[in-house]
Design a protein around this ligand. Structure first.
Ligand code: NAD
Length: 361
């Protein structure tokens, strides 16, 4: 099957395959949609079993960025990049600089920030080759590491979901299972610990789980055993696609609210959760905190208090989606998706289209 026919190809504007023989770089940059502005999204570095998995990740993640940025009312489009390789052994300055040159060649159509396997220091190296970066450091008007802001937004979303689904105004005493205690997951654990939630954590990296046990009194379980735990809230903060056939049957939670992008393996899994009475909070609605921080940096008027205010607005946005979902009797992610599509269609209509037939694609 060709790339254009794959189910993950959702009218992406541009997909760039990058190679640099000297540094060993193999990367894919996917620009999904620039209707609302330049495509912004993180770079993920991962060892993929098959190249098709990397392409799929880039396509799905870049589309998710379009939805996230539009939902957060940002003047930004959606893009994402993946570097194929093990971040612990394959990453080098030469590789990151080669990647920076690939980003630069796109002339600002794509702006890169951090994601799994790529941290602030890596982006600072990328920035030696291109100015189209965000989240470089927290000096001189830059926003720094987006992950604490992402965690803050997820916490806000979780509070709203708990109020809506469980009728409780606070998280204290609730059992929250955090899958993945990396950059975002660890910050989320800290915030939940401050709210006296009971924490269960699982991470493929035993040291990361052990750190959450030591710092936040969490109970660590093996990653494969996490879904069998009794919990009030499941917070996926590792990879996407975790809500698949098996997980949607096994899950023993009232709410799913986490940071991971593309948590639903397929839309049908969101419907299945709704049928089972599990409130799945659309990931891109509540994991936009880091992006809001990045957007403030890009706008050139970085002001931490204003960023926190924009993250606080996630609460009202989510309440509106949950109310509409209840009124229509559909899963909240269906409402969120429809709102984004309407927004994009309206923006496309507002643009002068050289070919009237393509103006409302
Ligand atoms: P990270 O790489 O810092 O952390 C991910 C953690 O998940 C790692 O500790 C890893 O060992 C663990 N992990 C991987 N597979 C696992 C599994 N099967 N079970 C349990 N643990 C597993 O990444 P991050 O920046 O914290 O991002 C986490 C997720 O949130 C990703 O899906 C990312 O795309 C998404 N996200 C991140 C941000 C951000 O600001 N960093 C913003 C929005 C969305």
């Amino acid at each position: 099957m060709s790339l254009f026919d794959s189910e993950d190809f959702a009218e992406h504007e541009q997909v760039v395959f990058c190679r640099d023989g000297c540094s060993g770089l193999s990367a894919i940059i996917a620009i999904h949609d620039t209707t609302l502005g330049p495509a912004v999204g993180g770079c993920r570095m991962r060892r993929y079993a098959f190249e098709d998995d990397a392409i799929r990740d880039a396509l799905r993640l870049s589309r998710a960025m379009t939805y996230k940025n539009a939902m957060a009312e940002l003047p930004l489009g959606g893009g994402k990049s993946v570097i194929l390789g093990d971040p612990s052994s394959d990453k080098s300055e030469a590789l990151l600089r080669a990647f920076g040159r690939c980003v630069d060649a796109l002339g600002g159509r794509y702006v890169v920030a951090e994601d799994m396997g790529i941290g602030v220091r890596d982006i600072e190296i990328v920035a030696r080759e291109t100015r189209h970066v965000a989240g470089v450091s927290n000096r001189g008007g830059a926003g720094g590491d987006p992950s604490p802001f992402t965690a803050q937004g997820v916490l806000i979303g979780m509070r709203v979901a708990v109020e809506h689904r469980l009728g409780r105004s606070a998280l204290d005493g609730l059992r929250v299972a955090v899958q993945g205690v990396g950059a975002v997951g660890a910050h989320l654990c800290r915030l939940l610990h401050e709210e006296n939630a009971e924490l269960i954590v699982a991470d493929r990296n035993p040291a990361a789980a052990a750190a959450a046990v030591a710092a936040f009194g969490a109970r660590a379980v093996h990653p494969e055993d996490l879904l069998a735990e009794e919990m009030d809230v499941f917070a996926p903060c590792a990879l996407g696609g975790v809500l698949d056939d098996a997980a949607t049957c096994a899950l023993r939670a009232s709410i799913v609210a986490g940071a991971a992008n593309n948590q639903l393996a397929q839309p049908k899994h969101g419907d299945r959760l709704a049928e089972r009475g599990v409130l799945f909070v659309p990931d891109y609605v509540i994991n936009a905190g880091g992006m809001l921080n990045v957007a403030a940096e890009l706008a050139g008027d970085y002001e931490p208090d204003a960023v926190m205010e924009s993250i606080a607005a996630i609460a009202e946005r989510l309440r509106g989606i949950l109310r509409e979902a209840d009124a229509k009797g559909v899963a909240p992610f269906r409402i969120a998706d429809a709102r984004v599509r309407e927004k994009l269609d309206a923006a496309r209509l507002g643009r002068s289209a050289p070919d009237a037939e393509c103006g409302t694609r």
